[in-house]
Ligand binder design. Structure first.
Ligand SMILES: NC(=O)C1=CN([C@@H]2O[C@H](COP(=O)(O)OP(=O)(O)OC[C@H]3O[C@@H](n4cnc5c(N)ncnc54)[C@H](OP(=O)(O)O)[C@@H]3O)[C@@H](O)[C@H]2O)C=CC1
Ligand SMILES: O=C(O)[C@@H]1CCC=N1
Length: 276
């Protein structure tokens, strides 16, 4: 039986999405992955029961027969061009949707490598592993309504989705929610280390930091109030929170944060130029 969705690249993000699809009831036989690393292939087969192979040919791809309704490109942006050029002769006869999760690389570049294929780009993030991901989506003009629905169904298996109607906005999504989990982990590191300096054990400090992020995020998610108002509710006049936020403002931390996200955004644009 032909799989419905073939992943090219079976690394961190592909694993998260495959796990989400399986948890949402997608049959193992509906999924397959191409992954050069034998250990990663074995883990995918063992954990999710899906078919894996080291090359498209080994999975049975040929110019004569359709391989799958959807191909998900989940390799590093730096190897995408070579992977697509190598796959093109095997996929040329196919009427399938190409869904790329690679950062930066534009639909125009990918259509130059694959031909004028139907294409959607997605920018997921690693909380997808828990079904709590956030995925930005952009559909090229070549994509149909059915393609949009299929891309959305795949992304919804691992969390929330948001469409953008202009491709460059995917670079902003990348800078915010794509890279964003790393910013949260960066803050968790800092809060753990600060708590340790203040006398807690690293374990205590980390538990307090993680619970605080989880609780504050849950509060923000269900509250109609802005983060400014939520902050005010924590900040007693002349109290401890005010002392902390004043120290942050004195260091221009918000501006530093904006600069950091701009760096992520600019890198996505730069990758599009370097790799396109
Ligand atoms: N990690 C994240 O938070 C996010 C990542 N992304 C995007 O997802 C994509 C994948 O990232 P991530 O999962 O982190 O990366 P990984 O390196 O974990 O996964 C990529 C996998 O692709 C394999 N691979 C390399 N060449 C080929 C090939 N020709 N055919 C098939 N498989 C190949 C790699 O094998 P080997 O290691 O042996 O080379 C590796 O296992 C990237 O384009 C990234 O921009 C998007 C959003 C978030
Ligand atoms: O760091 C990266 O390039 C990828 C894209 C977003 C998250 N990880």
């Amino acid at each position: 039986m032909q799989p419905e969705i073939v992943f090219i690249g079976g690394g961190n993000m592909a694993r998260a999405i495959i796990g989400g699809l399986r948890q949402h009831g997608r049959a193992a036989s509906a999924l397959a992955a191409i992954e050069p690393d034998a250990a990663a292939r074995a883990a995918l087969s063992q954990d999710f029961g899906i078919r894996t192979a080291d090359t498209l040919q080994a999975l049975g791809a040929s110019a004569a027969a359709p391989l799958a309704a959807t191909i998900v490109w989940a390799v590093k942006p730096q190897v995408l061009k070579d992977a697509m050029l190598a796959a093109r002769p095997l996929l040329s006869s196919q009427q399938c949707l190409h869904l790329s999760i690679a950062a930066g690389v534009t639909t125009a570049s990918m259509q130059a490598w694959l031909g004028d294929v139907r294409m959607v780009r997605a920018m997921p993030n690693t909380p997808a592993l828990l079904g709590q991901g956030m995925t930005g989506l952009f559909a090229a003009a070549s994509a149909s309504e059915a393609d949009r629905s299929q891309a959305q169904a795949i992304a919804e298996a691992v969390g929330q989705t948001m469409w953008v109607e202009q491709e460059p906005l995917l670079d902003a999504v990348t800078a915010l929610s794509g890279s964003g989990p790393a910013y949260v982990f960066y803050f968790l590191q800092a809060m753990r280390d600060a708590g340790t300096q203040l006398g807690l054990t690293p374990e205590q400090a980390y538990q307090l930091a993680v619970a605080t992020f989880a609780g504050a995020s849950a509060l923000a998610a269900q509250s109609p109030e802005s983060p400014e108002v939520l902050r005010q509710r924590v900040t007693s006049k002349g109290g401890t929170t005010f002392a902390a936020t004043q120290a942050m403002d004195a260091q221009h931390m918000q501006q530093h944060f904006i600069d950091a996200m701009r760096a992520s955004h600019d890198r996505a644009r730069e990758m599009a130029r370097e790799l396109g």
